[in-house]
Ligand binder design. Structure first.
Ligand code: ZN
Length: 205
């Protein structure tokens, strides 16, 4: 199937060409999670948006372990993939409200796996009519939403589903705590009394 790519896709194509190694072997640091479109990190794996989606909200769920097939995965890791898939389904239902899903693994290049060396599950939201006249007649499909806009919406929804505080809320709390601490530590002065600096005649450093 051909896809009509919106202009932002060229940025990703250029970035993808620069990448070396396996894109599913995530680094421990979370600093680039937003740039990499990582939505959630679980105990044994993570949820990431597909940069080349078949549909809006097309997610990939992968283990941290670099294994190429499901039967190579320890049972607790496999269970965690299912847990993260269920979580992702709930988040997508609450946000972009699909009418159905395609869920599955492509094992081996012959099955259509783009990156066959590192196991990943595809979760593709579906809507009635999404196999529209364009994909039927011209084998093309338009991706209607900007990936970054969808990322921000879904990232917030994952945080809410997991009761994780947002970085902005954390910063607000930190500032509020800092202001409170400053107020608490400021010495009380009676009206008309001089500050310690003024009494000693020194300027505070
Ligand atoms: Zn890998």
């Amino acid at each position: 199937m051909h896809v009509i790519w919106a202009p932002w896709r060229m940025t990703y194509v250029k970035d993808a060409r620069k990448l070396a190694g396996c894109i599913f072997c995530l680094k421990r640091t979370t600093r680039r999670d937003a740039a990499r479109l990582v939505l959630h990190r679980g105990q044994h794996g993570f949820v990431i948006m597909n940069r080349y989606p078949y549909n809006s909200g097309h997610l990939l769920i992968a283990p941290y372990a670099h294994v190429k097939s499901l039967e190579l995965l320890p049972a607790d890791c496999a269970l965690d993939l299912i847990r993260m898939t269920n979580l992702s389904i709930r988040v997508l239902q609450q946000t972009i409200k699909p009418e159905g899903f395609n869920v599955g693994f492509n094992l081996g290049q012959v099955s259509g796996a783009g990156i066959e060396a590192h196991l990943h599950l595809h979760l593709v939201p579906r809507w009635n009519g999404d196999t529209n006249f364009m994909s039927l007649l011209a084998e093309t499909r338009v991706i209607p939403e900007h990936l970054q806009a969808t990322y921000r919406k879904l990232r917030t929804a994952f945080r809410l589903a997991l009761n994780e505080p947002s970085p902005a809320a954390g910063l607000r709390r930190m500032h509020a705590a800092g202001a409170g601490a400053r107020q608490r530590t400021r010495p009380k002065r009676r009206r008309g009394s001089k500050s310690p600096a003024r009494r000693s005649g020194k300027t505070p450093s």
